[in-house]
Design a protein around this ligand. Sequence first.
Ligand SMILES: C[S@@+](CC[C@H](N)C(=O)[O-])C[C@H]1O[C@@H](n2cnc3c(N)ncnc32)[C@H](O)[C@@H]1O
Length: 514
Amino acid sequence: MTASGYVTDVAYVPGFYPQMAPVTLRHVAALNGVCPPGTSTSYRYLELGCGLGRSFTTLAAANPRGEFIGVDINPNHTSAAARDIAAGSLANARVITGDFASLPADLGEFQFIALHGVFSWVGPEVREQILEVARRHLAPGGLLLVSYNAMPGWAHLQPIRGILRQYAALRQGDSTQRVRDALAYLVFLRDRQAKYFLDNPRASAYLDALVTQDLRYLVHEYLNEHWTSFYFAEVAEMFGRAGLTFVGSQPVHTNFWDLCVRPEFQELFRTTRDRLVTEAHKDFCANTAFRWDIYAKSPQPLGGLEGRLATADDLEFRVTRPGTALPFQSNLGVVTSTVDGPLYQGLLDALSTGSLPLSKIVADERFAATPPADLARAVDAGVALGLLDVSAGHVPALGDIADGPTAIPSGFNRMVVETDALGGRAVALASELTGTGCVIGDLDAAMLHEATTGGTAGLVDRLASRLAASGRALQRDGKRVDDSVEQRKLVDAACDAFLKTTLPRLVNVGVVTG
Ligand SMILES: C[S@@+](CC[C@H](N)C(=O)[O-])C[C@H]1O[C@@H](n2cnc3c(N)ncnc32)[C@H](O)[C@@H]1O
């Protein structure tokens, strides 16, 4: 087993990535006209380079019909994932310590394979091993998700990584200490107006963002021996060699070129039929720096809306934030789009009583004048714009929560709330209704813990004393608040928002029973 130049002396940071959820991968496949793997009976999911495992374990808790396996070379990572699996009593998840070249011979086939934060950070030899895993272990019709640093967005920032790594190599101590020293060196160069920073104004803003990051993240992002930004075509060629075909990308709006590029470029896209060429145009027009791409082995065409209704109608659509009024504005980076008009108002009305599958939306009388394919496209665009959400099953309308005790039925979620509350980073809780994680703040997790163990009476006082004991700082507008009166106001406001918004949302998706 060899790490092939990948950092192993410092453990990574825990994180949940909703882009990896089967429900999301299936939706992107369906909206691109590809038949997604079914999930109504058993299926298998493999995460390569799972780190501390919070993505695949949360997904396992949210999808009890699937079997989820994580693989990582770093035993500190896999033992953390194994602890979560045991503490959360996840019978459908397991983790393997090892490199991608030495997976068990009898590992079998998977309907989903995902790798996030891996492909750009390993050398060519390990990338070939990943392609071999895809070739051998992705089932026909299966989907593979790969994320990577992309060109041309990374072009002018590549030297930041180069300087960080070269300087860190000259320093003493573990990787955390060395990356800290290297960051200080970069700040020194920038503050004295080194010509690189003068010639690349965005590099300075980028450095400002870097110094706020967790050092463990920076170690894994920048200190590996390998670090390659790819053009989309290069990655498509590699997975093509493994017998895979490009299906689509994430976030969902990246499947709609008009939501990615300014109107000046529309003619270019209208006259391009080849999806691979479209992707290259898009990356240049939008200066893409990171991609989440989905590939399929032997993809089966859906055969229009009829085929989609026959194979993917278990996906349901709901309003992301119940109560949203039109016009709704969505900022997608390069493009800001406004959603308005009777079709979307009709969708908001139709979905006000809870989520619906596409078949029921299409059958709704209020859309009789809209061609069904256009309606399906509008629903998908609604997801792309953040107005609508997709879920693995039915989610009822957001209701009032009854007074009385609340509880967290999932052992996995109880474990996460206990361990991650006030941990300083977002907390993902598994929802079987949505088939993915529901992300809340670490302060919300502490309130949830308090509310489900001791009720909501006196929540403000209990949160205040818990915060005082933990040393977790409170912030307003990114600035630390030390004044005790101001702190109390923040705690009051946090409890109010939790009870009015977060708790009902958690009850709505079944994370909490109320
Ligand atoms: C940046 S981390 C990403 C972790 C996780 N996917 C996430 O997004 O939180 C990359 C992971 O790949 C693992 N890794 C790197 N090379 C590997 C190899 N050859 N075989 C197995 N795992 C490897 C590392 O140990 C690390 O946990």
